[in-house]
Design a protein around this ligand. Sequence first.
Ligand SMILES: Cc1cc2nc3c(=O)[nH]c(=O)nc-3n(C[C@H](O)[C@H](O)[C@H](O)COP(=O)(O)OP(=O)(O)OC[C@H]3O[C@@H](n4cnc5c(N)ncnc54)[C@H](O)[C@@H]3O)c2cc1C
Length: 439
Amino acid sequence: MHQKLSQTLKLLCQKATKLTTDEGVYDVAIVGGGMIGSSLAIALSALALKVVVIEPYPQTSELAPGFDARAIALSWGSMRIFKSLVLDKLIEEIATPISSIHVSDKGHLGITRLKAKQLNVSALGQVVELADMGKILFKALAKTNTKQYCPAKVVEMQLQDGYRGLSIELDCLDSSTKSTLDLKAKLVVAADGNQSAIRAMAGIETTSKPYEQVAIISTLESQLAHNNVAFERFTESGPVAFLPLSSNRISMVWMVDKTVSEALLEVDEAEFISQLQRQFGYRLGRITRLGKRFSYPLNLVTANSCTQSRLVLLGNAAQSLHPIAGQGFNLGIRDIACLGDVLRKALLENIDLGSAELLEEYVLSRSSDKSQVINFTDAAARLFANPSKLLSVPRNTALIMMNFIPELRSHLAEAAMGIGGRQSRLVRGLPLTLNRRYN
Ligand SMILES: Cc1cc2nc3c(=O)[nH]c(=O)nc-3n(C[C@H](O)[C@H](O)[C@H](O)COP(=O)(O)OP(=O)(O)OC[C@H]3O[C@@H](n4cnc5c(N)ncnc54)[C@H](O)[C@@H]3O)c2cc1C
């Protein structure tokens, strides 16, 4: 009787957890198929590496956290990288160009304007809706030889002889049919976002600075045309950013104190519009429509180390920033471009893809750009996102100075355009291919 029961239990367990072994061993395993993971996989396809992407949410899922209702501004530098990946034309079809940026402080003189024309570029950046970006990236990814496990998530990671071993749970969104699979890769890239499970599994600690703020996002329509102008307005309730979208829609990000965010998310549409209008003013006339509201808590989270043996953290898994300067993805895609260079060098020089020497080179190449953007964004969040009246004087001085000292403005423009850091191949417009004709 006892034996029969234990046999039945064994059968049931086997049904719930099938253990399979992946036939292959990978060069690179990318954990997370959001903006960073998908873009990296597309970039690496030029190197003819054996790459696998593991992502829990199906590409069509409305719940997919990487491609939600957000719209983000891709800098001029990010677009140059997408051009090297031959995705720029497709992105331009769904994007809205920013011809100028208007920065102001409510109730004060300080105003600064950055114009694409002054910088001799056709646009300062392109605003894209992440859901549309997802469609472009998934289509491009499907044309590569990248192996994809989706829906699937990594549940365990170990260091094995010369590899990182990963146990992944397939069909992870459907709890009734769980099966696991083991695979290994010379290098694992954690692109699994700011709550990175891989970072936790590796025991990498983070430094976290809460801003006590929440970003409320929504899509609006206004009486007057936005004329491709992006607005950033500092108000006593926090900064408000308006990014131009197609069909004269506007993507709004209102960064407010945690204590008032709940009420703002709950008030009816008319009341929300009236409060927003009071802060933003009437530069675009009346706000005539408001879409669904979503919220994001704001913290600066940086991983204390971006690499470990055979492991690199990329994008939000490495650093997640306050959105005030629109730098999160723009910084992350430069991480991708640099990692691409380093892996290309490894292939040309026959170096182990996960070697400590290579990862050290990656860290050194990225450290100055990363720390500049992280510090600049943190300073901007503290100076501009802080409603304190005491800070309105330095805030305004900064804005007025930027209007009168061109070097300062060009520094701001350089940050906004995303052209900091080492000029890796993709940033310079060169493909990652191993073909020496492109050297
Ligand atoms: C309001 C707001 C506005 C912003 N505006 C801008 C802007 O204008 N410009 C800009 O450059 N940036 C902006 N950002 C930042 C930008 O959105 C992020 O930096 C970027 O989207 C991060 O991409 P990611 O792929 O690193 O992370 P995510 O988008 O978080 O993707 C992580 C992926 O990993 C998957 N995953 C999670 N756990 C596991 C697991 N165990 N196994 C496998 N996969 C897993 C997730 O499903 C997800 O698909 C903004 C952010 C916010 C909140």
